[in-house]
Design a protein around this ligand. Structure first.
Ligand code: SER
Length: 640
């Protein structure tokens, strides 16, 4: 029996919940709430950074989850058998609880136990592992190697690799990190796998898991977070320093799509049930494609991958719309590139929303936000497709004009500035420009391409800064830092949120928050522009709460308790139905005073201790953010 994808995900989570007392936590949003350094959640550990650094997690010290992730670094590679823009990462977490021995034993047990006994049933003889070989920052990880050996992995299947392979660094420049041990599955000896693997004969029978011929599929990565990478160089080294973390953590990451591939004997995720109905639809829409042609295979995978990622981004609780900046730009690139490849495989007419409609039920049970936001997903896709259809032909014409008369081998067929112009005017993402030129025989040399990308990015950055009216800092989502001023703006955001509900009504819900030293920015659902009177009233209410010198404190409550206390926040999407504990911030007189609290909101913090410290609150701007969503920018402090 081949288990379904949903059963496989469940088996992973249940293994840790039932056997090792982990608490299941929901996937965080794809748009990071408290990390301004990246646009998307790129790994399971990302939303958990505060807890890896020592803050107590409301659900305890042992956690397990499936996390939605997006990585765009390898977007050019999508189309092969392995690369994906969106993926799910399964992870188990120890926050200062078990360490190397516990983690490795659990990993081994889950991989090798038969399915009926709660495991994945992979034969141990086909597992290979790697450990960190050691360098100036940290010693060789012989401890992990010995644990593997005790479990029965022979020494000739245990490899030591340098930092580049066996170390997990922080998502930003600083943060928790440490050596890791990776588990690989040898596909070479699997007759079933071989059947499905075109080019299988090409695998290298003599290589080790550091080889990328495809013989060893990396399944799982156990990271042992023992260090914090500091921005300050350690004495004399000129390098960033590594200091031991307060607590030793385990962060594991198992690529879900890959696992589904292995367990269903498929050599690429695109052949699994997660993609199959979509691949069939693409084939149907494109008439009678030459399904075996490498161009068709690549394009159809790009379409499926990009539209799956777009479906998840558009359907995220923090739903982003296609635009020319930040996450909006990424989702625009994904959709437009998918449309272009649709044309290349002969799809006529609009099709992106049809594809999304197939993905939504595949994932709806596990990620109900897709079902909830399905109308939004479909309409955003259709609108973007409509917009793009107006410029695509003109853009292609402009591109042809640009390279007219140039020899195909000419290194300067196009430069970054011109490419940016085409992007800005016709909305062609850079990778699409490069692909179009390649179709016309222009093979841009690698070094030239790097330069083009650099110049393009530079123009893009400038454009982005202009789009943000100069004064804003360049980042998205959450808190920019934990400085006092940023923290003040964060607390003011809670007061603002409640005041908006007081003035406009209980339909007001947070749609986004971005807080810096300079200002707070708060997006919320409300159908129309606020009147000057409403704005004034909101300001007055917030300032009243500031004058009351209200203490701010938090309590750990179960979702039910938080709801009973009337807490607001991102309940539905993030915490619902898990019986989880959550951190609830209260702003208001202390319990003994008999007076009601003013604000009660689910939030990770940090906040200031007393509203009086905010001094004065002022709204700078109220504007539209997207359909049905308004945006307020405001400041606090000693302003008049
Ligand atoms: N952070 C590690 C990874 O992304 C393990 O979860 O691979």
């Amino acid at each position: 029996m081949t288990p379904t994808a949903n059963q496989i995900r469940r088996q992973y989570i249940d293994f840790f919940v039932k056997n090792y007392k982990h608490k299941e936590i929901p996937s965080a949003s794809l748009i990071p709430e408290n990390d301004p350094t990246v646009l998307f959640t790129t790994a399971g550990m990302h939303p958990l950074v505060p807890y890896l650094l020592g803050e107590p997690h409301p659900s305890g010290k042992r956690l397990v989850n499936a996390q939605k992730c997006v990585r765009t670094d390898d977007i050019d590679e999508v189309g092969d058998a392995t690369h994906l823009t969106f993926f799910e990462m399964l992870g188990n977490w120890s926050l200062g609880d078990y360490f190397k021995e516990g983690a490795i034993k659990m990993s081994f047990e889950l991989l090798t136990l038969p399915w009926e006994k709660g495991g994945f049933g992979l034969p141990a003889r086909r597992l290979f592992v790697s450990c960190f070989e050691g360098d100036k920052d940290a010693p060789k990880d012989t401890e992990s190697a010995e644990i593997w050996e005790k479990l029965g992995i022979p020494t000739d299947r245990i490899f030591f690799f340098p930092k580049k392979k066996n170390w997990w660094g922080p998502a930003g420049q600083t943060g928790p990190c440490g050596p890791d041990t990776e588990m690989f599955y040898d596909v070479l000896n699997d007759p079933d796998f071989a059947k499905h693997k075109p080019g299988f004969e090409g695998l290298n029978t003599k290589c080790d898991p550091s080889c990328d011929c495809g013989r060893y599929v990396e399944v799982w990565n156990d990271v042992f977070m023992q260090y914090n990478k500091n921005a300050e160089p350690s004495a004399g080294s000129g390098q960033a320093g590594f200091s031991p973390l307060k607590q030793q953590n385990v962060d594991t990451g198992l690529g879900f799509e890959r696992l589904v591939g292995i367990l269903s004997g498929k050599s690429s995720p695109f052949e699994t049930e997660l993609f199959e109905p979509v691949m069939e639809k693409i084939a149907k829409l494109s008439g009678t494609p030459d399904a075996g042609s490498p161009d068709y295979v690549r394009s159809s995978r790009i379409i499926a991958d990009h539209l799956r990622a777009a479906t998840f981004i558009l359907g995220d609780p923090f739903g982003v719309s296609p635009s020319n900046i930040d996450q909006g730009y990424v989702v625009r690139r994904l959709i437009r590139r998918a449309i272009r490849h649709g044309k290349l495989v002969g799809i006529n007419g609009f099709f992106t929303s049809e594809i999304a409609r197939i993905f939504i039920p595949i994932y709806g049970e596990v990620y109900p936000e897709l079902v909830k936001n399905s109308e939004r997903i479909v309409s955003e896709l259709s609108m973007e497709e409509e917009r793009f259809s107006h410029t695509i032909e003109r853009g292609l014409h402009e591109l042809k004009k640009t390279v007219q008369g140039k020899a195909p081998e000419s290194a300067d067929a196009i430069d970054g500035k011109k490419a940016f112009y085409i992007f800005e005017t016709y909305g062609f993402p850079l990778e699409m420009i490069v692909e179009e030129l390649a179709k016309d025989g222009f093979k841009i040399p690698r070094e030239q391409l790097i330069q083009i990308k650099k110049d393009f990015d530079e123009s893009y950055k400038k454009h982005q800064e202009l789009s943000r009216a100069g004064a804003e800092k360049k980042f998205s989502g959450g808190l920019a830092d934990d400085s006092e001023k940023t923290t003040m703006h964060h607390t003011a955001t809670h007061l603002l949120h409640q005041a908006l509900r007081d003035v406009l009504g209980p339909h007001v819900a947070q749609k986004g928050s971005n807080v810096t030293k300079e200002r707070l920015r708060f997006d919320f659902s409300h159908p129309s522009k606020m009147t000057p009177e409403q704005i004034k009233k909101v300001e007055e209410i917030v300032n009243e709460q500031i004058k009351r010198n209200l203490p701010v404190h938090y309590e750990m409550l179960t979702v039910e308790e938080a709801k009973a206390k009337g807490a607001i926040g991102l309940f539905e999407e993030k915490y619902a139905a898990l019986g989880n504990q959550v951190k609830v911030y209260f702003i208001g007189p202390s319990a003994g005073s008999g007076q009601a609290v003013y604000s009660c909101e689910i939030c990770g913090g940090p906040h200031i201790g007393n509203t009086g410290d905010l001094k004065h609150f002022k709204i700078l701007k109220e504007e539209a953010s997207s359909a049905g969503v308004r945006r307020i920018k405001a400041v606090v402090g000693g302003i008049k």
